[in-house]
Ligand binder design. Structure first.
Ligand SMILES: N[C@@H](CCC(=O)N[C@@H](CS)C(=O)NCC(=O)O)C(=O)O
Length: 211
């Protein structure tokens, strides 16, 4: 297997997606902390790993990658993690749909629009109606797609590991927690996911502080 290094920060939702996959598959790795939000900006050395200055970046035995989707599929295919991909074609398509919904519509609305604004910019109780509606619409879409056991089908899939970090932050924000209470399938799923060792092992500092 040799050596895996994940570059990023333990507070990052995208870094956590990759960590969850590694933890679920029992793969050892090192996390090299890179703070792209430091007052000095993205460390210039890091731009060689990720020219767009985002996290995570990844290295396995001299093979370099960035972009979470590419990293995760490399890990799954290289290290025999196919159990995280539903066998059924329709379920696999649903998994990818949920992953892209959370990337394209969820990340900005839920993490930046609600969590960061309320908990880091002190806007709890002062968000505009359209900010709340954007997030709540996205949660409603996910609620409709959520299955009875996991987000998709009868087994854990990449969809669960993609959505978990963002909803974990959302739940720490007062408006986010209130929105989740209106989505019973999604909040039941989130509670069950928090019992998994991989989820516990990768908890955000803010979650540990809140517990
Ligand atoms: N498309 C990238 C997105 C990664 C991403 O946005 N990561 C966040 C941290 S969770 C980041 O680097 N944000 C910095 C920024 O928005 O400038 C991927 O899938 O890896």
């Amino acid at each position: 297997m040799n050596h895996i290094t994940l570059f990023g920060a333990s507070y990052s939702v995208y870094v956590r997606i990759v960590r969850l996959v590694l933890e679920e598959l029992g793969i050892r790795y090192d996390l090299a902390e890179i703070d792209i939000f430091s007052k000095n900006g993205v460390p210039p050395e890091y731009l060689k790993r990720h020219p767009f200055g985002r996290i995570p970046a990844f290295e396995h035995d001299g093979f370099h990658l960035f972009e979470t989707d590419a990293i995760v599929f490399y890990i799954v295919e290289r290290f025999g993690g196919e159990a995280l991909l539903p066998a059924d074609v329709a379920e696999r398509a649903r998994m990818r749909q949920i992953m892209r919904i959370i990337d394209n519509y969820g990340y900005r609305a839920l993490v930046w629009g609600i969590y960061v604004e309320e908990t880091e910019r002190d806007r709890a109780g002062r968000l505009e109606q359209d900010e709340l509606e954007r997030a709540s619409m996205c949660l409603g879409v996910l609620e409709d797609l959520t299955g009875p056991l996991f987000l998709v089908g009868a087994h854990l899939s990449l969809a669960d590991l993609w959505v978990l970090p963002m909803l974990s932050y959302l739940k720490l924000a007062p408006s986010g927690a209130a929105m989740l209470r209106n989505q019973p399938k999604l909040s039941g799923w989130l509670d069950r996911m928090h019992d998994r060792p991989s989820v516990h092992a990768t908890r955000f500092l803010a979650e540990r502080a809140a517990s």
